[in-house]
Design a protein around this ligand. Structure first.
Ligand code: KG4
Ligand code: ZN
Length: 332
């Protein structure tokens, strides 16, 4: 039995969580900073760092309290060491090192993107059949991987410009919707016509699994400029969302076909979108899709503490030399 304390501070959420044996979530506390950044229409790194410092200890206390465990009972400290904002990463990392040092327990650094995928894995009732196609659809990343095992991946595609969530946030800005824009695009899209505007996501020459969303965003901008007032926000949101999701759908289907698998794991903030879930269920009924549950889609520490368990069994602890990394590939 292993109790893992996870810490997440890569961007604008401060999270602490206690997870038993990689699956059983005893607590998952998330302090969102949306209130802080929303007036600027995006994350302000310096403000994010200050907030992480302010709330990390209270969040940690709450996570232990809700899990009804004391610090003395924790066996392993796990921290997201990247990718993310450098200052924000340092705060989680130094806190984790301090805990590891004073309690004399091992420390392990966890890849935040890999953890988004593990969120889908840890929620599955039975271990999903492997190999699987993994899709991480978040504000910072759009990655398609072939997952051979937990901890063993081959990157098969990624975005060459905006991440899908980032594209949603920028599209929302163009439509004068609040930040972060993904949920607002989804909400407006519900009453819009997805065929109103013939948008299409970009294709990357010779790289069928890569993504490109910046052209889609520009197409939206031109469409807005051409519209006479009032701008049909619902139709534009629906058409934008449809184009982005059809592109993701087709690449997931193609990847599953090429790698002869029917298993797909999907995580990341954008995976909360109900329309995306509906589209995949309708258009890819032969695929067995394992979705991260909504509470584990956005940034959280349960996915960090969860993934730490198999990673620790596989490769052991990290030293105090562990440094944040703003860019790391999937660990293979
Ligand atoms: O995974 P996440 O919390 O943070 C990163 O690691 O990036 O993802 C945040 C992203 C934001 O871009 C947000 O707009 C998007 O996920 N998002 C959504 C929805 N909910 C959150 N995008 C589309 N539809 C949603 N319902
Ligand atoms: Zn994330």
């Amino acid at each position: 039995m292993m109790l893992v304390l996870g810490i997440e501070s890569t961007c604008d959420e401060t999270g602490c969580s206690v997870v038993r044996d990689g699956r059983e979530i005893l607590s998952n506390v998330i302090a969102s900073q949306i209130d802080l950044h929303t007036v600027y229409g995006g994350v302000v790194p310096e403000l994010a760092c200050r907030r992480h410092i302010d709330v990390l200890i209270p969040v940690l206390d709450q996570a232990l309290r809700e899990a009804q465990v004391s610090l003395e009972e924790i066996d392993l400290v796990a921290v997201a060491y990247g990718p993310g904002l450098i200052g924000a990463l340092w705060i989680g990392l130094e806190a984790a090192k301090a805990l590891s040092f004073v309690r004399n327990i091992p420390l392990i650094g966890i890849n935040h993107i890999e953890a988004h995928l593990y969120a889908a894995w840890m929620a599955a009732e039975e271990p999903p059949p492997l190999p699987a196609i993994g899709a991480v659809l978040s504000g910072g990343h759009t990655s398609l991987v072939l997952m051979e095992d937990v901890g063993s991946y081959r990157l098969i595609g990624q975005t060459v410009d905006d991440a899908v969530g980032e594209a949603f946030d920028k599209a929302a800005k163009l439509l004068h919707l609040p930040y972060p824009g993904g949920p607002f695009i989804e909400k407006h899209a519900r009453s819009g016509n997805p065929k109103a505007f013939p948008f299409k996501a970009g294709q990357v020459k010779g790289k069928p699994f890569h993504f490109s969303f910046s052209g889609l965003k520009t197409a939206l901008l031109y469409a807005i400029q051409k519209c006479s007032a009032p701008v049909p926000v619902d139709d534009l949101a629906a058409s934008f969302q449809e184009a982005a999701f059809r592109d993701i759908l087709s690449k997931i289907k193609l990847a599953a076909h090429e790698h002869r698998t029917k298993t797909v794991l999907i995580g990341g903030g954008v995976a909360q979108n109900q329309q995306l879930r509906k589209l995949l269920a309708q258009e890819a009924p032969d695929l067995q899709i394992f979705w991260a549950p909504p509470v584990l889609c956005g940034d959280n520490a349960a996915m960090i503490a969860g993934l730490a368990f198999p990673q620790y069994l596989k490769r052991g602890a990290d030293s105090f030399a562990l440094a944040p990394s703003t860019r790391i590939p999937f660990r293979v």
